[in-house]
Design a protein around this ligand. Structure first.
Ligand code: ADP
Length: 469
């Protein structure tokens, strides 16, 4: 398996390679064809020029040719790659012949051009074309011009094309190098945090939740990945803590009543104690407490298990509050607690049983955590979009550092105190789950020694709006 760095570097190099190859190919094709037509045009111009030069050397009156000038023009044409032969128009005699004049030079030039064009892959050859030379519409001579057809490139044309290819080749090498280095650097920037995140994920899977990735990568997706892995680590660590605490607490909660029950029954079986109705009653109460704890755990599992099915019906929250408060009348009286129920009617579509459970949990907590003679206030407020329930007391309150945890299952602030109250730390976890399932929220404000205030906000469903109209 290849490393990401190798993959990216190779990919970048491949892209550069393809781009350079394409540019080279296209520029060669386009420049080549443009250049070819330019050379063809040049050929026309040069031939025209040679023919004009030759025509000018004819003396019409004397019917003679200026051979010295023709020689000069012919030699010039020869150096340009054109082998000229001139015939007189009247006599048909050869006036000037480049091959006759300097055979070696002609052969040398023809060989040079043929080799040069063969290198370029041309299949052309030297051909002769005859052009009539006229003056005043009268034929004065015939010029036979021999050149490499259909076209040929001069030395400087060749140099130009070679220079162009050299430029393309240098650009290709430079861009390949640059793309390889850029790919390598880019890959290093991406690969490092990924490797580190993978290492952290490996540590997490091995149960080591303390590791965190602290670097910033400046790449959105990588930062998201790192944040997600860090969150995963956080929540796993929290879950792990809760799981341990849950096991410890459940064991603890069960151990105490079971031990008490066991020793009481043992003493009665051994005949040390008479099984009086009071003693049996006490055993029965322990069993009831155990049953309640198990029932609480079960209902917590139901609401937190993700399959909380709400049986929503229209209800008046105020009416539910009054019913629940009535059920607590005995408890309020026992602790001499003063209850004030305030507010207004608030119609809302909710699961009545579960919301009654929520109210009941909050009120039972106020009873548990408010000393004798304390005050409890329950208030219902109604607005267009939500119902707000406030339950507050002037009881013992909750320490600030414990507030973020009280909605966790089996979490009990001030554990020793709560052992006496008989709470297992499940009630508020259920409250939160039920309210969350209704799309609402629970907030808490508290000051130790001053009291606590729980505020539950439940949004009203669209259905209810329709029902109200
Ligand atoms: P418990 O069964 O222990 O009451 P809860 O989940 O209902 O469990 O509450 C969690 C913890 O929050 C309690 O153990 C208690 O410390 C704290 N708490 C809840 N309500 C109040 C309150 N009204 N006043 C003071 N503390 C409270």
């Amino acid at each position: 398996m290849r490393k990401l760095r190798t993959h990216l570097s190779l990919a970048m190099t491949l892209v550069a390679l393809v781009t350079v190859a394409l540019i080279s190919l296209l520029s060669n094709v386009f420049v080549g064809s443009r250049f070819e037509s330019y050379v063809r045009e040049q050929h026309e111009v040069k031939t025209e020029h040679i023919l004009n030069d030759l025509t000018m050397q004819y003396n019409g009156l004397a019917r003679t040719w200026n051979t010295a000038a023709i020689h000069e023009a012919g030699m010039y044409a020869l150096r340009e790659g054109y082998i000229v032969k001139l015939y007189d128009g009247y006599t048909g005699e050869i006036i000037w012949d480049a091959e006759n004049h300097d055979m070696t030079e002609c052969e040398h030039i023809m060989k040079e051009i043929s080799e040069r064009m063969a290198r370029r892959g041309s299949t052309g050859e030297f051909t002769s074309v005859e052009y009539p030379l006229t003056r005043n519409n009268r034929l004065i001579g015939t010029a036979q011009v021999k050149y490499f057809g259909p076209f040929f490139l001069s030395e400087s044309d060749f140099n130009f094309l070679n220079a162009l290819n050299m430029i393309l080749l240098s650009a290709a090498v430079a861009s390949l190098l640059v793309s390889f280095v850029v790919g390598w650097l880019l890959a290093r920037r991406i690969a490092r945090p990924i490797a580190r995140t993978a290492e952290i994920a490996k540590q997490i899977s091995a149960g080591n939740y303390a590791l965190r990735f602290s670097g910033i990568t400046k790449t959105m997706e990588l930062d998201n990945l790192i944040t997600t892995v860090n969150h995963l680590s956080d929540s796993l660590s929290k879950q792990e803590g809760l799981r341990k605490q849950l096991t410890a607490d459940v064991a603890h909660e069960l151990r105490t009543p079971i031990a008490a029950l066991g020793s009481n029954l043992e003493t009665m079986i051994e005949g040390v104690w008479e099984p009086t109705p009071e003693r049996l009653q006490s055993c029965y109460e322990e069993i009831t407490r155990l049953g309640k704890l198990v029932a609480d755990l079960e209902s917590l599992e139901r609401v937190e298990g993700g399959n909380l099915a709400l049986a929503k019906t229209p209800a008046d929250l105020m009416e539910l509050v009054r019913i629940v408060c009535d059920n607590f009348a005995g408890d309020f009286a026992n602790k001499d607690l003063k209850l004030r129920v305030e507010g207004e009617q608030s119609k809302i579509t909710i699961d009545k049983d579960r919301i009654s459970g929520v109210i009941s949990n909050l009120i039972s907590n106020t009873v548990k955590y408010t000393p004798e003679g304390g005050q409890i206030r329950v208030c219902v407020r109604d607005s267009k979009h939500e119902s707000i329930l406030t339950v507050e007391d002037n009881g013992v309150g909750i320490p600030e550092d414990e507030l973020p945890f009280i909605f966790e299952r089996l979490y009990r602030a001030d554990k020793s105190r709560n052992r006496n109250t008989g709470g297992a730390g499940i009630g508020l976890a259920i409250v939160k789950s039920v309210i969350t399932a209704h799309g609402g929220k629970v907030e808490v404000q508290s000051k130790p020694g001053k009291g606590s205030r729980f505020v539950v906000t439940i949004p009203k469903d669209g259905d209810w709006e329709v029902l109200r109209c």
